[in-house]
Design a protein around this ligand. Structure first.
Ligand SMILES: [Zn+2]
Ligand SMILES: [Zn+2]
Ligand SMILES: [Zn+2]
Ligand SMILES: [Zn+2]
Length: 653
């Protein structure tokens, strides 16, 4: 690395003084901006600080930055305040599909003077001047990705490939904002490339995840900002410098003719590699200091704890409700559990626990489903089942796939399941659960569509409209489960205490939510549901119904629906129907109601069946948390990972 650096500095002398120059720039001091004219909501003090910081930041060499406040602190409203400053110029906001309607609603409510348009869906405008007339254009990552792909690689139409211009990429925007910016964390995936190709002077990223732990992912945001020199590639043999890695003939650089290996990404060399090789020691420590220096000048992050006085959030309480199986459930569960134990101890004897991770993960999923309701295991949907020609079944949960993605080996998974399967594995590339070769899958790829020419989201959602389990099985003879009845009891009790209390129920399994919904409606509760098969407008309609209709008191949400941006402060109760060993996912769920706008005390209840995989998962969570708390140099991945010892803890008694 040292050698590479010397070579680089010889060709590019300015690289020798980057960090000294940065010292001279200094850090922006906190200051309060005035409440913006035209904003119908009073900003909190730390939000006015954020606004002042963003305005100044746009006048630095970086012309933008990263607003990384913790989730629920109003990054959206701070950004809207910034947009209000100069109306009449088009800004582009790119957000996950779940969030764009919410952005529009917040703009219309709090800044009604801004003209806003959603660029999404099959009947979206094709007129550039229409877009230029707006103050804000809202779109999704899949739209910019598809637009970029069609422009760059073309679309096949009746045996010819036609390249189509991408409207969003032709406009020179006043400002671009990436919401939930970790969507572009893979620098080489098409989503990231499509964001890099957008044109604008000012560029912002919004993200609630603490970036300093994810040095590799941070590069994409730096590259998006076109921060000089941090986002650039440099040639070691000549003054060639570029934001792009371009080798049209696969052999040498389009600009200077030198080979790919003569070029070096400055970020990798200066920050990423030293940290990967040396951690927080020696060269790694130096790289961390440099990183800190840079982040101080481009990123602002505040946490709820730091700004608790400003926020005035009500207290929140977490409880666990424990239940025992009834006899029939216990029999079914025990037979599955002893089967699982037997298989697991065979793997242990053969020393093949890690090789059989796919089988083990499947057994674990089955046991978790069995605890919720035996039908989730015994009444599974089959691929292409009669009457359901479009059924695409996930190879992990064996349910109809939610937000489906496809591996290199052409197997299909729910995005969330694939993510959890990989992050929980303690080996680098766990095998594909179907074909057993190492699983290679792009977790950021757009949702899978059967017909590539119809890569439009509206159509995707139509293709994947799913059938509830209650339409497949005979509900006349159906029996509820301990878990479902426990939830019903809780909700009855709440209703007796205060009819206006609203609750959210989270589960990993959509089929379970189907059963819950059927049972709750029988019991007289009005519910709405949100899962990964709904269009943004269907989601918005559900959220509005829940927030505004006093008779709707229960919201059923699939943890796989990707609802990061949901703002559901109408609810003050949360039920987590099935626990997960990684508490981070659960914390995220809670953050959706413990945020600005929440005035009632919050209670979060985890429903747990004793003497089952669930009570063990809970114990494992506590054990892991204690371990992580005591470790210096915390490893954020450790909580999500399942080591062979963890598996033994879950399966052996
Ligand atoms: Zn060169
Ligand atoms: Zn070159
Ligand atoms: Zn799945
Ligand atoms: Zn496979």
């Amino acid at each position: 690395m040292e050698k590479v650096n010397l070579q680089l500095i010889e060709q590019h002398p300015e690289l020798g003084t980057v960090w000294d120059e940065l010292d001279k720039v200094g850090v922006i001091a906190p200051e309060l901006a005035d409440q913006p004219e035209g904003l119908k909501l009073t900003l909190l003090p730390f939000q006015r600080e954020g606004l002042a910081w963003m305005r100044k930041q746009e006048n630095t060499q970086f012309k933008g930055g990263i607003l990384a406040d913790e989730m629920g602190m109003g990054k959206t409203i701070q950004m809207i305040s910034l947009l209000l400053a100069e109306p009449g110029k088009p800004n582009l906001i790119v957000a996950p599909t779940v969030a764009i309607v919410q952005w529009r609603n917040e703009i219309q409510e709090h800044a009604p003077s801004l003209k806003v348009l959603i660029f999404h869906g099959s009947n979206r405008t094709e007129s550039m001047s229409e877009l230029m007339k707006q103050d804000v254009v809202l779109t999704t990552y899949s739209i910019i990705e598809a637009g970029y792909r069609k422009q760059k690689y073309g679309v096949r139409k009746k045996d010819v490939t036609v390249k189509e211009d991408s409207l969003l990429h032709r406009i020179n925007w006043h400002r671009i904002v990436l919401d939930e910016a970790h969507n572009i964390k893979e620098r080489s995936c098409n989503t990231a490339r499509s964001a890099f190709a957008l044109q604008s002077d000012r560029k912002w990223s919004l993200s609630g995840t603490p970036m300093q732990n994810r040095v590799g992912e941070l590069y994409s945001l730096i590259r998006f900002m076109q921060a000089d020199p941090f986002g650039y590639y440099y040639c070691k043999k000549c003054p060639c410098k570029s934001l792009h890695w371009k080798y049209s003939n696969m052999k040498d650089c389009d600009d200077c003719g030198h080979r790919p290996m003569d070029h070096s990404c400055w970020w990798n060399n200066e920050i990423l590699k030293p940290i990967q090789h040396f951690g927080s020691q020696g060269s790694g420590e130096k790289a961390f200091t440099k990183l800190r220096k840079l982040l101080d000048r481009i990123m602002l992050r505040r946490t709820k704890v730091e700004r608790a006085d400003d926020l005035g959030l009500p207290p929140r309480k977490m409880t666990v409700s424990r239940y025992l199986f009834n006899e029939e459930e216990e029999d079914l569960y025990e037979s599955l559990f002893s089967d699982t134990k037997r298989k697991f101890s065979t793997y242990v004897e053969q020393g093949t626990v890690l090789n059989n991770y796919a089988n083990i993960f499947e057994l674990l999923t089955k046991m978790r489903q069995m605890v919720d309701h035996p039908d989730l295991v015994l009444k599974k949907v089959k691929p292409g089942q009669i009457g359901l020609p479009e059924t695409l079944v996930c190879s992990i949960c064996q349910e109809e796939a939610e937000d489906p993605i496809v591996s290199k080996c052409h197997h299909l998974f729910c995005r969330e399941d694939a993510d959890q399967y990989i992050t929980s594995s303690s080996i680098e590339a766990p095998e594909c659960p179907v074909c057993h070769i190492p699983l290679s899958i792009d977790l950021e790829q757009p949702t899978y569509v059967k017909d590539e020419t119809e890569a439009d989201e509206e159509i995707r959602h139509k293709t994947f409209a799913r059938t509830s389990i209650v339409n497949r099985i005979n509900m006349d003879t159906w029996r509820s489960s301990t878990k479902i009845e426990a939830l019903v009891e809780h909700l009855y009790k709440l209703q007796r205490e205060d009819r206006s209390t609203k609750s959210i129920c989270f589960s990993q399994f959509v089929t379970f939510l189907d059963l819950i919904k059927w049972r709750l409606e029988k019991a007289g509760f009005k519910c709405v549901k949100l899962d990964g098969h709904m269009t943004p407008f269907q989601r918005d309609a559900s959220i509005k119904k829940f927030s505004n209709d006093p008779t709707v008191t229960v919201f059923l949400i699939s943890l796989k629906a990707g609802g990061v941006a949901l703002n559901l402060t109408a609810a003050s109760r949360v039920f987590i129907c099935d626990p997960w060993w990684n508490p981070a996912a659960e914390l995220q769920a809670m953050d959706r109601i413990h945020r600005i706008g929440q005035y009632r005390p919050i209670v979060i209840t985890r429903l747990i069946i004793e003497n089952s995989i669930e009570s063990r998962i809970l114990q494992l969570q506590e054990k892991k948390q204690a371990m992580v708390d005591s470790t210096i140099g915390k490893d954020p991945g450790a909580l999500a990972r399942l080591t062979p010892e963890d598996l033994r803890f879950l399966f052996v008694n």
